[in-house]
Ligand binder design. Sequence first.
Ligand code: DAH
Length: 343
Amino acid sequence: MDRPSVQRQIEAWYNAALPRLRESSTADALELARSKFLARNTGWRAQILADFAQLDRDSKKELGGYLNQVKDDLEELYERKKAELGTTRAAWIPPADRTMPARHLWRGSTHPVTRVIDEIADIFCELGFTIALGPQVETEWYNFGALNFPPDHPAMDMHDTLYVRDDVLLRTHTSPVQIRTLQRFPPPIRILAPGDVFRRDFFDASHAPMFAQIEGLCVDEGISFVDLKAMLSNFARRFFGAARTRFRPSYFPFTEPSAEMDVECQLCKGVGCGVCKGTGWTEILGSGMVHPSVLEAAGVDSERYTGWAFGMGPARIAMQRYDIPDIRLLYDSDIRFLEQVAE
Ligand code: DAH
């Protein structure tokens, strides 16, 4: 690279750039010319600077002033044109209407029942549980038979259960997920199965034909009622804080022995109110030691393994927590209601 050839390049640059900048009649055309002739990293200017950098010291000294002059001239021309075109452009672009109301910013939030499910899942996942899911349409065997329901159990009646076909139905609880999990995975098992269930109930203040449940299952060697009590008490402490809890004997075909767990009514703090029907307690879950015939139905050796399980209704827990008097509010999707409980 020698001095005369760089000088010729600078002249050519000037001669090409000058008319293009001068004759640009729109802001876009001007910008195009700028990127071709004046951009620092690409195009003519960059090339010339690169070549200039290769010259020897004396040539740089002689040519430096000229190069700067040309660059300043072109840049000045560009700035002048920009100011000129900027004003003509503003004249024909309609100005923004500053009186127009701003767009409403909708902030979404999770449904109270979803939030309760998420929080419960977080607690159990910390305790080593994994989330498991099952189908909402089940066979009679998964929903009842494998869970040790006797063939004449009233839950299997058309009046209580929504049948799709003869022995196919909308699951009435999440307990069939216990069977599906035990069939697929060998113990040790610790799962939490949230999901929607369906029953032929009237839609009133405390019943809905579709609602959420959370099933829990733990199966391993040497699992006893002590594990059930410890886990569920630990959960209640984490979820409800200092509130007292109690276990009551109960009955489910798929557990033996069975227990229901109550927590001190959150609304009256155990004194007794309309929501807890004056008892001071609310039932939050059913639980028990998995019945040996359930383990056997799922192909698990009940001589070797034992387990405990529970099922709870997150809607009821949400109603307690957010002081919701009517379960139907949870289904209305009324934003005025949801905004009150949004966090
Ligand atoms: N499936 C029962 C129901 O829908 C709830 C339940 C009770 C589930 C006890 C369990 C359990 O796993 O051990 O009412």
